[in-house]
Design a protein around this ligand. Sequence first.
Ligand SMILES: Cc1cc2nc3c(=O)[nH]c(=O)nc-3n(C[C@H](O)[C@H](O)[C@H](O)COP(=O)(O)OP(=O)(O)OC[C@H]3O[C@@H](n4cnc5c(N)ncnc54)[C@H](O)[C@@H]3O)c2cc1C
Length: 340
Amino acid sequence: MIKTDVLVIGAGPVGLFAVHQLGIIGLKAEVVDNLDKIGGQCIELYPDKPIYDIPAVPECTGETLTKSLLEQIKPFKTNFHLSERVQAISKEEGNWKITTSKNKIFIAPNVIIAGGVGSFEPRKFLIKDIEKFENKGVFYSIKDKNYFKNKKICIFGGGDSALDWAIELSKISEVVLVHRRNEFRGAEHSSETVKKLEKEGKLKIKTPFQINSIEGKDKISAITIKSEDGKIEKVVTDCVLGFFGLIMKLGPIAEWGLNLEKKTIPVNTGTFQTNKEGIFAIGDICTYPGKLKLILSGFHEGALAARACFKIAKPNATYRFEYTTTSTSMQERLGIKKSD
Ligand SMILES: Cc1cc2nc3c(=O)[nH]c(=O)nc-3n(C[C@H](O)[C@H](O)[C@H](O)COP(=O)(O)OP(=O)(O)OC[C@H]3O[C@@H](n4cnc5c(N)ncnc54)[C@H](O)[C@@H]3O)c2cc1C
């Protein structure tokens, strides 16, 4: 059980800057994100693209912005709980009790939802019984490629992830690459490489095919694939990997009794509190008249939500407005050493 002043849901740019705003006023935060990396949309959707409207930063990429935000919160030594989705919430003795998909429990008087457009989740195979093999032969991401060494592997998909992993795993295992179209969507160079590897007998390509069924009791023994004209082929395999991109789901947050408006959460613009005391929403997930889904708006929202969290986390303390330029306590929290 982890106790903290604020649980921040979402490690996107807005969640990260909220950690800064909480840290400088002396509040401790823990951050949970469903992704296996920090940065939200900036890292998942456009790490290399330039952003031109971060105040006082004429140009940066999604990746450099994330790195700078992490650098800025380094003094607070924040714990990140990645690859975990927040599931349930309940009120317990004045605090919120939040449980994650890995059964971790957080106890906090405040929760800041910075969940963006929802948690990113892999698009999955849509055939009968496939869920019982999930993480036991059916995978949607690769954490340790050595697991796949010397195995028979079927990779599904036509984008960059499918092509890159087909190329990589063909060096250590027997790979069959299956795609529902004849043309691949991934980078031209990768597409040419898989075709070259097929000619050299280093991997097999099956197009236009889709998965049809899965066979096996406790582990996969084979699958069948079906072509556009209904032809069915059996493929003996140990593992099936699906790379069909990500979908964004509001997920369990939608069941928390919060007011919702078209998959966003209405907030009070003075505090960014939702209809539940101690639950705040900032960034792309919140809505109010005039809301702009921009990073700079999310930064402002985080600053106000942090001050509102202070009043709930420390009801007996007086909040004093201070500037980082002149506040010694803020500078101490930031680890800034005074020059004599
Ligand atoms: C291609 C593109 C270009 C863009 N360019 C710009 C630009 O130039 N300037 C600009 O200001 N904005 C830009 N944006 C928009 C900007 O990226 C978003 O406004 C910003 O990412 C919102 O930040 P956020 O932290 O609110 O949410 P996100 O970045 O979406 O992060 C939310 C995080 O919360 C996690 N999460 C959600 N639900 C859960 C849950 N239940 N449990 C655990 N984790 C959860 C998600 O996995 C995600 O990592 C662009 C967006 C795109 C797609």
